[in-house]
Design a protein around this ligand. Structure first.
Ligand SMILES: *[C@@H]1O[C@H](CO)[C@@H](O)[C@H](O)[C@H]1NC(C)=O
Ligand SMILES: *[C@@H]1O[C@H](CO)[C@@H](O)[C@H](O)[C@H]1NC(C)=O
Ligand SMILES: *[C@@H]1O[C@H](CO)[C@@H](O)[C@H](O)[C@H]1NC(C)=O
Ligand SMILES: *[C@@H]1O[C@H](CO)[C@@H](O)[C@H](O)[C@H]1NC(C)=O
Length: 169
């Protein structure tokens, strides 16, 4: 094929690309959220319960349900920005990890009323990477991933740091 013909084909291809992308189609955005997840493990204000336990010599098959707070910082009195309601299933025979399905919802600032649905494996030791599979409100069509790591653990509480990266419209 001559250079001229190749050039003409390339221009036609570019023109097709331009005409098929609608000028009014919404633009996809990449958002990064950073916050701390606070869980109260026991006591009168516990935010986590073990809803199913098989009382065996492993935790395999047990289920926890939680309604935790999301805060700007790692201290329990830092500003509240939302919540995380969900469950963790002890889904590994050796107890090394579980499967967590969590809905994160936001109650402050520009994301008040928006939520993110997440699913994935949480490791007993070390940081975890999980999927962001959808969203509502400002986060409609969200998809991405989140990184989490334990930053404080006491006999009655734990704090997990989250970084979420996702695209949405
Ligand atoms: C539980 O929460 C109530 C109401 O916020 C508070 O007054 C009480 O001190 C808390 N108890 C504990 C053990 O944290
Ligand atoms: C746990 O229980 C199962 C069946 O009851 C048994 O086969 C296994 O050896 C036990 N494991 C331990 C570590 O006690
Ligand atoms: C979040 O939105 C709800 C419902 O619209 C409203 O009642 C509440 O005051 C808002 N909160 C903040 C912190 O803006
Ligand atoms: C860990 O959490 C406890 C209980 O909320 C708190 O008193 C302590 O200051 C925290 N430690 C760090 C390093 O944030």
């Amino acid at each position: 094929m001559s250079t001229k013909a190749t050039l003409a084909l390339c221009l036609l291809f570019i023109a097709t690309l331009i005409t098929t992308s609608k000028p009014d189609s919404p633009k996809e955005k990449l958002t990064h959220l950073h916050f701390y997840f606070h869980e109260v493990e026991s006591g009168p204000n516990a935010t986590l319960v073990t809803s199913i336990t098989l009382h065996r010599n492993t935790t395999f098959g047990d289920i926890n349900v939680f309604d935790n707070t999301l805060r700007v910082g790692p201290q329990p009195d830092s500003a509240l920005i939302g919540g995380a309601q969900g469950m963790g299933v002890h889904a590994a025979l050796d107890g090394s990890q579980g499967l967590a399905a969590i809905n994160f919802f936001f109650t402050a600032g520009e994301y008040n009323g928006s939520s993110l649905a997440t699913l994935g494996v949480i490791k007993a030791s070390g940081p975890s990477e999980r999927s962001i599979v959808g969203g509502t409100g400002k986060f409609r069509f969200a998809r991405g991933y989140m990184l989490s790591k334990l930053v404080n653990s006491t006999a009655t509480s734990l704090v997990v740091e989250f970084d979420m990266y996702f695209t949405h419209f």
